[in-house]
Design a protein around this ligand. Structure first.
Ligand code: ADP
Ligand code: ADP
Length: 231
């Protein structure tokens, strides 16, 4: 099954203005891990906004889970370069957040709170954050904050996880630890991943398929299966 599909998608932010992305066609299979790399301004964020329904294509079609995207998608997990953890919430309560917002969890929250909490604790333990459930974001290192932010993105079991430079602010050692953490999460319980990154090594380490974007016509330069290139 296909999780995400772009059909000849172009987008101009201003009517008649320059195209932020131009004639992009691609498809991401269910549980595939893809990475999108390319220089600043090539349209990576725009691609993410199209998938999450925060903007619409000027031309072409975007499908997620077989349906054309219309409006913001709640059942996608997302994490960014900044962890965006809410400073007044503990680690556990930050990770719980999507369960308080996304259905059907939202309506089950009152009766199931204990079970949901147990799941959060379990997920936090899997990423090495056991014992940090009651800490606040400022008490966590940058790497720990990103671990928590990825837990938050996955807690409602989304079919699709979108990561925009999630490790961009971390030092090289912490980065590699988090690559392995993400890879383990994905191997244990697969989901579709779209990873946007500037780091080609990160892309080839993690992804099944790496898309290279450039600016302008024919911008989808390469789609390369990199199984063999994996370290
Ligand atoms: P990055 O390269 O890390 O994606 P950018 O500097 O390209 O960061 O973009 C950061 C944010 O600013 C994005 O959300 C993008 O949509 C917005 N942005 C980029 N260029 C413009 C522009 N010319 N006008 C308005 N918003 C822009
Ligand atoms: P990337 O994430 O790869 O840095 P973006 O998707 O942010 O690229 O930007 C692609 C192009 O679209 C850039 O030329 C950028 O300046 C432009 N752009 C991005 N967001 C906006 C916006 N909100 N309004 C106008 N132009 C934008």
């Amino acid at each position: 099954m296909e999780q995400v599909r772009f059909e000849q998608v172009s987008l101009a932010y201003d009517e008649g203005g320059p195209l932020a992305i131009q004639d992009i066609s691609l498809s991401v299979a269910e549980n595939e891990f893809i990475a999108v790399v390319g220089p600043s301004g090539c349209g990576k964020s725009t691609l993410m906004k199209l998938v999450s329904g925060l903007t619409e294509p000027t031309e072409g079609y975007v499908y997620v889970g077989g349906r054309q995207v219309a409006g913001p998608q709640k059942c996608i997990g997302m994490a960014f370069q900044a962890s965006n953890l809410l400073p007044w919430r503990t680690t556990l309560d930050n990770v719980m957040l999507p369960l308080e917002i996304v259905q059907p969890y939202r309506s089950q929250m009152r009766r199931q709170r204990k079970a949901f909490e147990a799941r959060c604790r379990d997920l936090l333990a899997r990423v090495g954050l056991a014992g940090n459930e009651d800490k606040f974001p400022w008490e966590l290192s940058g790497g720990m904050q990103q671990r928590a932010s990825i837990c938050r993105a996955l807690i409602h079991k989304p079919k699709l996880l979108m990561l925009d430079e999630p490790f961009g602010a971390l030092d090289a050692f912490t980065k590699e630890e988090l690559w392995i953490m993400l890879q383990e999460l994905w191997q244990e319980e697969p989901f579709t991943v779209i990873l946007v990154t500037h780091d080609l090594r990160e892309a080839t380490f993690l992804a099944d398929t790496v898309y290279v974007l450039s600016k302008g016509p024919g911008q989808l330069v390469a789609r390369k299966a990199i199984e063999q290139a994996r370290p």
